[in-house]
Design a protein around this ligand. Structure first.
Ligand code: ADP
Ligand code: MG
Length: 351
């Protein structure tokens, strides 16, 4: 099922939790909504589910305006971080619950519900545990039961709100891979909320980066990582260096002189250059090199298989961090010239 969010605004007592957000989700896609706490992820998910209605705008399921449909009619499956299983029910009954409470006209026979629930437990690799109660399961097993329960109703869309948020790091990593495999087998359109960038980048077909009720960027993990389109995305995902520069007649000047980078499209005046510390090319000799930035080494430290070097650019006190090979000569006060491979200029000073 394709889901389209068109110009949706949501206010709570005049507080805008979402500012006119639009998003197209393709059928069968695994989408991650990624952003800091309070950025509007859960609100967007609840609007898609029909648990909230928009102040303005429309959600479409396929060609149909979903505002005409109740939560049940939208046929969405949910898993929430703290959406506890029914404690007094066995695993099997938990998984079959959504089918059991259907109106008589669409409710499968008891034996059929049991058969489907067992099949799903097998699918989420929990066979043999059907008679247990939630208290007798690990956290990871409980969330797998929750996912099986969400899938039992054969949902058109699966909505997962930080489903692994309460689990420890190792279990989360395992469940992440497992969820991707499950998704590839079922092909459900899945919308997954997380504040964990690694989870989003590893799992999703496309990542929707949110901040303060707005969508900052939508793209594949590679696009989001290699080509952030705002200072926020540079800062929120991965590591970034930023350098105050000045744009003059289409050229980018640092405190050390002309960088040789083109400022095309950026107006004259103060600007900030962003790049990834690991994504730089190094030059031995910056004297013959009109196409680089150079700075003096302030600190240098070994990080895993590489070395992180902090450089001071000119006498501006502006500092950037770059990554160099572990054995690179980076003594105090020595000079290193480099050129970012991917970079972006934003007008104005860094926030
Ligand atoms: P996230 O899931 O990204 O942490 P939420 O969607 O839960 O963010 O919240 C976005 C903003 O909307 C927050 O500032 C939150 O306080 C506010 N908000 C969410 N739900 C309600 C509500 N029911 N009433 C009032 N404010 C709300
Ligand atoms: Mg939330």
């Amino acid at each position: 099922m394709e889901v389209r969010v068109v110009d949706v605004r949501k206010e709570f007592d005049r507080f805008p939790a979402l500012h006119n957000v639009s998003l197209d989700i393709k059928s069968g896609e695994l989408i991650a909504l990624l952003g800091p706490s309070g950025s509007g992820k859960t609100t967007l998910l609840r609007l898609i589910a029909g648990l909230e209605s928009p102040t303005e705008g429309t959600v479409f399921f396929g060609d149909e305006d979903a505002s005409q449909k109740t939560v049940q009619e939208r046929n969405v499956g949910f898993v929430f971080q703290h959406y506890a299983l029914f404690r007094h029910m066995t695993v099997l009954d938990n998984v079959g619950f959504g089918l059991k409470v259907r109106p008589a006209s669409s409710r499968p026979a008891k034996a059929e519900i049991r058969r489907r629930a067992l099949e799903l437990l097998d699918f989420v690799q929990l066979n043999g545990l059907e008679k247990r109660y939630p208290a007798q399961l690990s956290g990871g097993q409980r969330q797998r039961v929750a996912l099986a329960r969400a899938m039992a109703i054969e949902p058109k869309v699966l909505l997962l709100d930080e489903p692994f948020g309460a689990l420890d790091a190792q279990v989360r990593k395992e469940l992440r891979r497992w969820l991707r495999e499950i998704h590839d087998k079922t092909g459900h359109t899945t919308i997954f909320v997380t504040h964990d960038q690694d989870e989003a980048l590893e799992l999703a077909d496309r990542v929707v980066v949110m901040s303060q009720g707005r969508i900052e960027q939508v793209g594949t993990p590679d696009e989001i990582y290699d080509r952030p389109n705002s200072p926020f995305v540079y800062g929120f995902i991965g590591e970034s260096s930023s350098l105050p520069v000045e744009v003059k007649d289409g050229a980018v000047w640092s405190a050390d002189g002309d960088t040789g980078l083109s400022a095309e499209g950026t107006p004259d005046g103060e600007a900030t250059l962003y790049f990834r510390p690991h994504d730089v090319e190094l030059f031995d000799d910056n004297e013959n090199n009109s196409c680089s930035l150079a700075g003096t080494v302030v600190t240098s430290r070994r990080v895993g298989g590489t070395r992180r070097v902090e450089l001071e650019i000119g006498d501006s006190r502006a500092r950037v961090e770059i990554e160099v090979p572990a054995d690179y000569p980076a003594a105090d006060k020595s000079r290193i010239a480099f050129r970012p491979k991917h970079w972006k200029l934003f007008p104005g000073k860094a926030g």
